[in-house]
Design a protein around this ligand. Sequence first.
Ligand code: HAM
Length: 415
Amino acid sequence: MSRIQRIKGFADLFPPESTAFTYMETVAREVFGAYGCQEVRIPILERTELFARSIGEETDVVQKEMYTFTDRKGRSLTLRPEATAGVLRAFIEAGGHEGVTKLFTCGPMFRYERPQKGRMRQFHQLDVEVLGAKTPQADAEVILMLWTFLERLQVVDLTLEINSLGCPACRPAFHAALRSFLEGIDLASLCEDCQRRTTTNPLRVLDCKVPTCRTATVNAPRLLDHLCPECATHFAQVRAILQAAAVPATINHRLVRGLDYYQRTTFEILSGAIGAQSAVAGGGRYDGLVAALGGPDVPGIGFACGMERLALLLPPHRPQPMDFYLAVLDAAALDTALLVGQTLRRHGFRGETAFEAKSPKAHLRQANKLGVKTCLLLGEDEMARGVIVVKDMATGVQTTVAQDDLAQALGFRTA
Ligand code: HAM
């Protein structure tokens, strides 16, 4: 029979790779939880309109990268390309919008991009959204939360880039300045997408990675020079807090992000060690988005970390070794071994029980492979005497212990 293969750009997360993902999620829950975030789980499939309305019709994500299809009733549905829109939809539907709500979610996202190192069609994000706070302190805390998470993972040599996109009060003036700048340059120096963007979404031109577009726009007007006094103060305060917290942030005037919902603070975390797809995390403020999705006028800010890219940067992770391997020397001891293993786990020990009787040599090889601290050996002789042989794998010392006293002999954990 021919083998059915996975789809291009979709990866299996198999051990040991999958353990790195579990580890990242565990640390994320700990760190984000320490800031008051609560976990939400939302559907992977949403109405296409949710993304068109939030991410923006003129973005690459909506224009070219969504997995969209019609269901059996002819409705247009899309596999989520990111989590923010879905989290906000869920927040609106859940009600109870007073005060500050801090949410965390994680899981697979889908974008039809050209796969390469660190860029997948199915990838995973750790996502935080903080709703109901509009002060610069909220922006700073969200960035510090992300930074603390990356520190806890011991990911090094990262840079934090930051910018402000202004607000509906000051953005029009910047748009006008940018449009008139773009009108003044030779259109042929821009890529095909940017030629279209000059009229449909000029901000996107600043974000384009094509070298000729970058050269043509080196002297483009800068957002920070066009901020209204409120946005300028907000940005200055965010930067001052980051500085006081000793988190170095570099201004990147081109940091407009690939999604249309941002206002004011935007930020990205980059690594020089993972190739062209260097953005490990990105986020920003999106006041107005909850209202645009039919909810109350609640401000928000958040970020998402790309787990595949983070995984490339993690120091080697050694999973905690198991406590025991229970070796069975005679088939008649298999049932007892299983029950002994069961009792040990009830006492908090972690280990594996052999499902087949084998020679001591074969079992010790397996115990070594698993890296356990203790190998327990059970044969007919031990069964008859109600004992078990305990071999310390580090010292090689072997003792015989009554089966009833085993948990105590191994250091007795929880009762
Ligand atoms: P984003 O910048 O589109 O932002 O994605 C966040 C992160 O997801 C990126 O920095 C990258 O690490 C990872 N990522 C994106 N696309 C891919 C891909 N094709 N393959 C592998 N990794 C990828 C957002 O998605 C926003 N929703 C973030 C946000 C949350 N803003 C406010 N709240």
